[in-house]
Design a protein around this ligand. Structure first.
Ligand code: HEM
Length: 238
């Protein structure tokens, strides 16, 4: 491998992930503080209710399953999986079946949403360029994700790729400066998928995707203290 190829692998898979995390956290905080009223999903439901029900629900259900699958697959240490009897091949098959089904649900919703945004005049007129970019990037990342699982199924009979990818992610979070080298051995489908995934996280603070935080943080609603409503006289309302 040439030193040029090594250098761009290092930049994309060794440096970019940290840049993305910094921009994601600091950029989102800055938007929350400086432009709190822009913090929204920019829902277009009011302009047209017809297709949004199936589009938004299918997409979000698929993506929530994909998110859980990515966390489980990438963050669980290989020793734990082995101890539970989940060999790399079984792990890979589980990912292909569960991830593949979630991907089909998510992409069906996304196609409905993209079609609606392109063809509904009211929705299109109210869209900003970034709304189209977000849809385009999401379509690209899911299509590349499906390409990854098909490629794994056909050409990786041992499940080695998923082990390398898990090693890369856990290595990044434990500040192992050699973690990026895992990516040198994975197929190009995976490299392209991860690159587009990183770009999506990078633009979160600057687009409607910022509402992802609200989605995940809304679980705290379940454990928040009761709100006490008081009348003008200061007594709790009945
Ligand atoms: C930096 C962010 C991301 C990383 C590191 C990542 C990593 C991965 C990995 C390692 C796989 C398995 C590839 C294989 O089979 O060898 C995968 C699959 C997939 N990813 Fe991602 N991904 C990211 C973001 C996303 C996003 C934002 C989406 C969609 C919204 C997505 C959708 C998918 C889909 C549909 C699959 C195929 C089904 C599955 O295996 O779960 N990914 N991703």
């Amino acid at each position: 491998m040439s030193s040029f190829t090594l250098a761009w692998h290092f930049l994309i898979f060794g440096v970019l992930p940290y840049v993305v995390i910094a921009v994601l956290v600091l950029g989102s905080l800055a938007r929350f503080v400086l432009a709190p009223f822009s913090w929204k999903s920019q829902s277009s439901e009011i302009l047209d209710k017809k297709d949004i029900f199936w589009g938004a629900n299918l997409f979000h259900i698929g993506v929530i399953f994909l998110f859980c699958g990515h966390c489980f697959g990438l963050f669980t240490p290989t020793e734990w999986l082995n101890a539970a009897g989940l060999t790399p091949r079984l792990h890979q098959m589980m990912e292909i079946i569960c991830g593949g089904l979630s991907a089909i649900v998510a992409i069906t919703g996304l196609i409905i949403l993209t079609w609606r945004r392109l063809t509904n005049e009211r929705v299109r007129a109210a869209s900003r360029p970034s709304d189209f970019w977000v849809l385009f990037l999401l379509l690209a990342v899911i299509i590349l994700g499906i390409g990854c699982v098909v490629n794994s199924y056909l050409y990786d009979k041992s499940g080695a790729t998923i082990i390398l990818l898990g090693g890369w992610v856990r290595g990044l979070f434990s500040f192992d400066y050699q973690a990026w080298q895992n990516i040198l051995l994975v197929p190009d489908w995976q490299k392209a998928h991860i690159f587009v995934g990183l770009i999506i996280f990078l633009i979160v603070p600057f687009t409607r995707l910022v509402h992802i935080w609200s989605g995940y943080l809304s679980v705290f609603y379940l454990i928040r203290p009761h709100q006490i409503m008081r009348a003008n006289n200061g007594k709790p309302m009945k």
